[in-house]
Design a protein. Structure first.
Length: 315
C-alpha cells in the first residue's frame, strides 16, 4: 500500500515577507532611477540657451552640446518659432556655463557618416559670460549639401579642359603658331629671316650688316692711327709729359733754395730772440734802480722840514 503524502508546513508570516520584498524592490527601482537622473545631471542647476536655425534636421532631444570635446549642455526641447525657424532649447549646467561667452559661436555639423554634432567655440575668454535665456544663431555646416556644388564645379572644370584641348581651340592655334615660328627659326634665314619675314629681305639685311661691319672696322683703324700713330694724340701727350717732368725738376730746385733761405731766416730769428732776452735783463736792472731812486726821494720828502702837509683833516 502507498504511504500517505505529508503536507509541507506553512511558511510563517508569508504575507509580511512578500510585502517587504515588494517594498524593497520598489526602493531599489526608485533608487536606480534617482541615481540615473543624478548621473545625467537632472538635479544640477542649469541655465537656458536658445539656438535658432533654419531647420533642425539631425538635432534630437538629449543631444549634447560640447565645448572642446566635453559636454556642457543638453538639448531639452525643439520647437518651431513664430518666425518659421527652429528653436533648440538647451540646458547648460551652471558649473560649465563660464566657458560660454557673449562672443561664443555655436555650430551644427552634419557629416556624411554619423550623426550631427552641436559644438560651442569661445575665442575671447575675457568677454562677459553668456546670460541666462540668451538666444544665439546656430551656424549649420552640412557636408552632404556641399557635394552637389562640388560635382557641379568638377563638371565645369572638365568642360573647360575639353574646350582647351579641342581641335579648334585657342590653345591649339597658339601651339600651331609656335610650331611655325620654330620651323622658320630652323630655316635657311634663321632668326634674321624670321624677323624680316622674307628670305630676300633677310639677305639684304645681312648685306647691310656686313657693310656696317666693314665701315666700323675702317673707323676703328683710323682712330687707332690718330691716337697711336707717329703724329697721334699719344705722341703729343708723351711730349707734354716730358716737359711737365722738366718743370717739376725746376720746381724741386727752387724749393731747395727756398729751404736754405728759410734756414737762414730761422738763424736770424734765433739771434733776435737771444738779444730780446738780454734786453729783458737790462730792463729789469733799470726798473730796480728806478725803484731805489723813488724810495730815496720819498725818504727825503718825509725828512724835509719845510714839507707842506697836503692832508685835509675833517673836524
Amino acid at each position: 500500500m502507498a504511504e500517505p503524502q505529508t503536507e509541507a508546513p506553512p511558511v510563517r508570516n508569508a504575507e509580511l515577507k512578500a510585502a517587504l520584498l515588494l517594498v524593497l524592490m520598489v526602493v531599489l527601482i526608485a533608487g536606480t532611477a534617482i541615481y540615473l537622473l543624478y548621473a545625467r545631471g537632472a538635479f544640477e542647476a542649469t541655465q537656458r540657451l536658445v539656438l535658432t536655425a533654419d531647420d533642425s534636421d539631425g538635432v534630437g532631444v538629449g543631444m549634447d552640446v560640447t565645448f572642446a570635446g566635453f559636454p556642457v549642455g543638453r538639448v531639452q526641447r525643439i520647437e518651431l518659432g513664430p518666425d518659421g525657424k527652429a528653436r533648440v532649447l538647451v540646458d547648460v549646467t551652471k558649473k560649465d556655463a563660464h566657458w560660454l561667452r557673449t562672443s561664443s559661436v555655436f555650430t551644427l555639423e552634419r557629416g556624411i557618416v554619423g550623426g550631427a554634432k552641436l559644438r560651442a567655440f569661445s575665442g575671447l575668454p575675457a568677454d562677459p559670460p553668456l546670460p541666462d535665456g540668451a538666444t544665439r544663431e546656430l551656424l549649420v555646416g552640412d557636408v552632404g549639401a556641399e557635394i552637389p556644388r562640388l560635382l557641379s564645379a568638377a563638371r565645369d572644370l572638365l568642360q573647360n579642359l575639353n574646350d582647351l584641348t579641342a581641335a579648334e581651340s585657342a590653345l591649339q592655334a597658339s601651339l600651331k603658331n609656335v610650331q611655325g615660328m620654330t620651323e622658320r627659326l630652323n630655316g635657311p634665314g634663321g632668326a634674321m629671316g624670321f624677323l624680316a619675314g622674307d628670305e630676300k629681305k633677310a639677305q639684304q639685311l645681312l648685306q647691310n650688316a656686313n657693310s656696317l661691319i666693314v665701315k666700323a672696322d675702317s673707323l676703328i683703324a683710323n682712330a687707332d692711327k690718330q691716337v697711336f700713330g707717329k703724329k697721334g694724340v699719344m705722341t703729343d701727350t708723351q711730349a707734354a709729359v716730358v716737359q711737365l717732368n722738366g718743370l717739376l725738376a725746376d720746381a724741386r730746385v727752387s724749393l731747395k733754395k727756398m729751404d736754405a733761405v728759410l734756414a737762414e731766416a730761422q738763424a736770424v730769428g734765433a739771434n733776435a730772440r737771444i738779444a730780446t732776452q738780454d734786453l729783458g735783463a737790462l730792463r729789469a736792472d733799470v726798473d730796480t734802480n728806478l725803484r731805489k731812486i723813488e724810495q730815496l726821494i720819498n725818504e727825503i720828502n718825509r725828512k724835509w722840514p719845510f714839507k707842506r702837509d697836503t692832508e685835509i683833516k675833517v673836524p
